[in-house]
Design a protein around this ligand. Structure first.
Ligand code: NAD
Length: 262
């Protein structure tokens, strides 16, 4: 039987990139999934429909804006109502802005902290009572290599990602004897729309091709010179929900192609 049969999962920011791959991996393991995120309504419905058709699971969608605490609470309530529970919460939605601190727009700082950090607090706060009642739960926070080390021009992102690693540890400690685990995944470079924008901006600024810039980006940080794939992150999220990971909690797991081995 697929390993997550009957579990109910909510994955924030799952209309694209890493979140979409995690939602797909969960559905393939038999979980019911609440999708969330922005995008074209017809494309989102097509994703929802194709996951539901391919896997015998309930797949729902809620368009909560993760910068709005009331909508985040609404997302968790809707998941419990429509799927039956909230057993697995993946705090994944995220945005980026690249600029030196002196030029960093204040509204981009506020938006990054709200979506990349505060949203995880609001969603976890709303979901934990449901998990505690059922004496089982998995919270997975999608942090980043930038949750553990810094790079220039990413003040908002690095601050939020270091914050979410801290939130992961507190959540783990407070749920340690409740059948619940909380872990952070810290990917290096993954070639999603979030990173494509950064590659394109840098290629334009330096007058180089997108592929040359992508190679250089990897060369600066990621020893393997390969992007981490979204499927690899989906597989890790499934593992963190398995019995094999039942005593792993409070960790920040790098998936970084050797970034931190340097
Ligand atoms: P992406 O741009 O492909 O996906 C981001 C998702 O978040 C989309 O579904 C988008 O609609 C959603 N989103 C953005 N703002 C939202 C809001 N206000 N409310 C609801 N949903 C919102 O990016 P990705 O690379 O898949 O990023 C997913 C997570 O992984 C982010 O937290 C990001 O920081 C993290 N991450 C990415 C990389 C990478 O290299 N791509 C590396 C480390 C960590």
């Amino acid at each position: 039987m697929p390993s997550l049969t009957g579990k109910c999962a909510v994955v924030t920011g799952s209309t694209s990139g890493i979140g979409k791959a995690i939602a797909t991996a969960f559905a393939a393991e038999g979980a019911h999934v609440m999708l969330n995120g922005f995008g074209d309504a017809a494309e989102i419905e097509s994703l929802r429909h194709s996951l539901a058709r391919r896997h015998s699971a309930k797949i729902a969608y809620n368009g909560a804006d993760m910068s709005k605490p009331a909508e985040i609470r609404g997302l968790i309530q809707a998941t419990e109502k429509e799927l039956g529970s909230v057993d697995i919460l993946v705090n994944n939605a995220g945005i980026q802005h690249v600029a030196p601190i002196v030029d960093f727009p204040e509204e981009r700082w506020d938006a990054i902290i709200a979506i990349n950090l505060s949203a995880a607090f609001h969603a976890t706060k709303a979901a934990l009572p449901i998990m505690q009642r059922r004496k089982w739960g998995r919270v997975i926070n999608i942090a980043s290599a930038h949750g553990l080390v810094a790079s220039v021009q990413k003040a908002g992102y690095v601050a939020a990602k270091h914050g979410i690693v801290g939130l992961t540890k507190v959540t783990a400690l407070e749920t340690a004897n409740a059948g619940i685990t909380c872990n952070a995944i810290c990917p290096g470079w993954v070639r999603t729309p979030l990173v494509e924008k950064q590659i394109a901006a840098r290629a334009k600024a330096e007058g180089k091709s997108v592929e040359q810039t992508a190679k250089e980006l990897l060369g600066e940080k990621q020893e393997m010179l390969e992007f981490v794939t979204v499927e690899q992150l989906g597989a890790l999220a499934v593992f963190l929900c398995s019995d094999g990971a039942a005593t792993m909690t409070g960790t920040a797991l790098p998936v970084d192609g050797g970034w931190f081995a340097r």
